[in-house]
Ligand binder design. Structure first.
Ligand code: APR
Length: 261
């Protein structure tokens, strides 16, 4: 569908949101851009500036977990900009609009590719973090999670008290399999989903980007919230060509108005 004037598109989106039986938000770095967190692609993107990381990060971790534990609190060179921005970031109006959509009973689940914990800070409850969360540790065997500072390294890296597995940051490294519990929840949510909000994602990273495709091929509707075109634009039923922090509060307000009619 070609993009309509933004206000008309917001009205269309609000009607789809109000009428959905299982609305899911599929979120990318663009939602946190207005919180000062750099995105990865596009003109100012981290990977645009630094190049996409290689896929051997996880193999390097497995070869020497102790090195990761000893360096984990250091500000990694090029990623210093990203880590500093994450430390400073607070939720923006887009995060709060998603919390409000959940509280109003419209939004059933958030699948986020972001690791910044801003959905939780904004008060959202039903969240699956397909790429992990920077404030958590995870056992790579049983996927049990703890707060990032739950364990300290004393000589050798800690092992999972439940299964003896290796523990690492919950953030999914390049080359690391997506934790099976997160993947299963994303699949379950996508199967139930009849309308998906695509918010601030370039939709080029898999398996995450497969979930909007599943929703579409099962007859669901897609609402894209992004100032730029993406590979999913052509498959979207409504396109909101704007910033999430500006557009989502309007969609939320109008959807609540429709239900009160
Ligand atoms: N509101 C909405 N969308 C925005 C905004 C904004 N204010 N600002 C930028 N965007 C859009 C950009 O147009 C772009 O399409 O957000 C998208 C960000 O795309 P990416 O930087 O590729 O981020 P994302 O889609 O989350 O990347 C997926 O790639 O490297 C991995 O692990 C990383 O989780 C990340 C994954």
């Amino acid at each position: 569908m070609t993009s309509e004037p933004l206000e008309a598109a917001i009205e269309d989106a609000a009607r789809l949101v109000a009428g959905a039986s299982h609305l899911v938000a599929f979120v990318g770095a663009g939602l946190s851009a207005e919180s000062g967190v750099p995105t990865f692609r596009g003109p100012e993107g981290l990977w645009t500036k630094m190049g996409e990381p290689d896929m051997r990060g996880y193999d390097r971790f497995l070869a020497d977990p102790k090195k990761w534990w000893e360096e984990r609190s250091q500000r990694a060179g090029d990623m210093k900009e990203f880590v500093d921005a994450l430390d400073e970031a607070v939720p923006n109006d887009g995060h709060y609009a998603l919390r409000e959509l959940e509280e109003a009973g419209f939004l059933k689940h958030i699948i986020t590719q972001n690791i910044d914990n801003l959905h939780q800070v904004a008060g959202s409850q039903a969240i699956t973090e397909i790429h992990g969360n920077r404030t958590k540790l995870r056992c790579i065997e049983c996927s049990r999670r703890w707060d990032i500072y739950h364990f300290d390294i004393e000589g050798s890296p800690p092992s999972c008290p439940d299964c003896g597995g290796i523990i690492k940051g919950d953030t999914v490294m390049f080359g690391e399999p997506i934790p099976h519990d997160a993947l299963e929840e994303c699949a379950a949510q996508s199967q139930m989903c009849d309308c998906m909000l695509l918010i601030g994602t370039s939709a080029v990273v898999y398996p995450a980007a497969s979930f909007p495709e599943q929703v579409k091929s099962a007859g669901g509707t897609l609402i894209e919230v992004n100032p730029n075109e993406t590979p999913l634009s052509a498959h979207s039923d409504v396109i909101l060509r704007g910033a999430a922090g500006e557009v989502l509060p309007k969609v939320t307000q109008q959807a609540k108005g429709i239900v009160q009619e």
